[in-house]
Design a protein around this ligand. Structure first.
Ligand code: FES
Ligand code: FE2
Length: 384
């Protein structure tokens, strides 16, 4: 983030701290069908998990030619591979012969993609390179048997994929920088393109995929849900938000920001005195914590179930035990708080079918969660 913008944010924050205020929006309702209805769920999968870029893994977790990750995204089996030219390619993880998966879920490294069933063999560009008894397949020319291609790109230390099949090679290009926009430029200026994953975690979440974002786009809950973890570092119910299309940037000042009042403005840095949430619509959350980032993408599995792919990015791999311990402590602190959020989301999901609530209430300081819902509604409404 440019220094001028950091100063402007800090000044905005100080004005709100002085007035004991926060930025606020319209109070809204969120009907419980949003979290339960299977028809709506299917529509959300078709829109958000087939048409939008999602950060699926850290770029640096696939450093070498032939490194691959097999992962299912809302029912679509994907295979992400590092090609010989250094770029990332993504395919549907389905053999063109009789459909077997080329790779089991998870990471692997091999210079060619060999199907375990009858050994059809593909290059890292997805082209069919060889198959036993090829003369028995006159009806399946090699040119028709390349793996189904999926758009992919790298940015901000992550591999981003739009989980949909494209017919032509040139359609597989994804202009990820344009999509990430000015908030992507913020993160790039801090060096995210070269950051590496210190910690990765994947876990099931017994709640609708939208619920974790609701929790992480407001601070109303901090003093209560996080009273024993991170609450003491932050102001009560205070956030500042900026938007770029459906993306959100939320500035959470830490109490230590007070120390800047006595410092010359040209030395003001937001990093040590704030957390900054970057939410890239529809399902990728990056928490910038000054010298590192905690990120997660939530993938839907059913109306009331999802899966979380989480990564901690740091500038470079630690070389000493001291720095390993430093990052471990950071991660423990982050997950101490985030586990509280995820548990409360699961708790909320578990009551939604009870009939007690027809709709949930978002208050005026929960307006960024409400805005996320508004953007979801607009995107799934035909003709909107
Ligand atoms: S299904 Fe892959 S080689 Fe037969
Ligand atoms: Fe939280």
């Amino acid at each position: 983030m440019l220094h001028d913008e950091q100063v402007a944010l800090i000044q905005r924050a100080m004005a709100l701290i002085d007035s004991r205020g926060s930025e606020r929006g319209e109070p809204t309702l969120s009907p419980v069908e949003r979290y339960l209805d299977p028809v709506r769920y299917k529509r959300e999968v078709d829109v958000f998990f087939r048409r939008y870029p999602l950060a699926l893994c850290a770029s640096a977790s696939l450093p070498n030619e032939g490194d691959s990750l097999a992962i299912d995204v809302a029912g679509l089996p994907l295979l992400v591979v590092r090609a010989a030219d250094g770029r990332i390619n993504a395919f549907v993880n389905a053999c063109r012969h009789r459909g077997a998966r080329l790779r089991p879920p998870g990471a692997m490294s091999q210079r060619v993609l060999v199907c375990p069933y009858h050994s059809w063999t593909y290059g890292l560009d997805g082209a069919l390179r060889a198959r036993p008894h090829g003369e028995d397949f006159p009806h399946a020319p090699t040119s028709d048997c390349a793996l189904a291609r999926v758009p992919a790109a790298e940015a901000l230390g992550f591999v981003w994929v739009v989980p949909r099949i494209v017919e032509k090679q040139d359609e597989a290009t994804l202009d990820i920088d344009a999509w990430l926009g000015r908030f992507g430029a913020d993160l790039r200026s801090w060096g995210y393109d070269c950051w590496v994953p210190f910690h990765q975690r994947e876990f099931p979440n017994a709640a609708n995929w939208k619920i974790p974002f609701e929790a992480n786009l407001e601070t109303y809950h901090f003093q209560y849900a996080h009273r024993n973890s991170i609450a003491h570092m932050f102001y009560h119910n205070l956030l500042l938000a900026d938007h770029d299309r459906q993306h959100q940037r939320i500035f959470l000042p830490k109490r230590s920001i007070e120390s800047l009042r006595d410092a010359p403005m040209d030395q003001w840095q937001a990093g040590p005195h704030s957390n900054i949430i970057y939410f890239f619509f529809p399902a990728t959350f990056i928490l910038h914590e000054g010298d590192h980032a905690n990120a997660f993408t939530v993938l839907p599995e059913a109306p009331d179930r999802s899966r979380v792919l989480a990564t901690t990015l740091i500038p470079e791999m630690p070389q000493t035990e001291k720095s390993v311990n430093y990052w471990r402590k950071n991660i423990e602190s982050f997950w101490g708080a985030l586990d509280e959020d995820f548990a409360l989301g699961v708790s909320a999901q578990s009551t939604l079918a009870s009939g007690a609530n027809k709709a949930l209430y978002f208050g005026a300081t929960e307006w960024c969660s409400a805005r996320f819902h508004r953007d979801v509604e607009e995107a799934i409404t035909p003709g909107a």
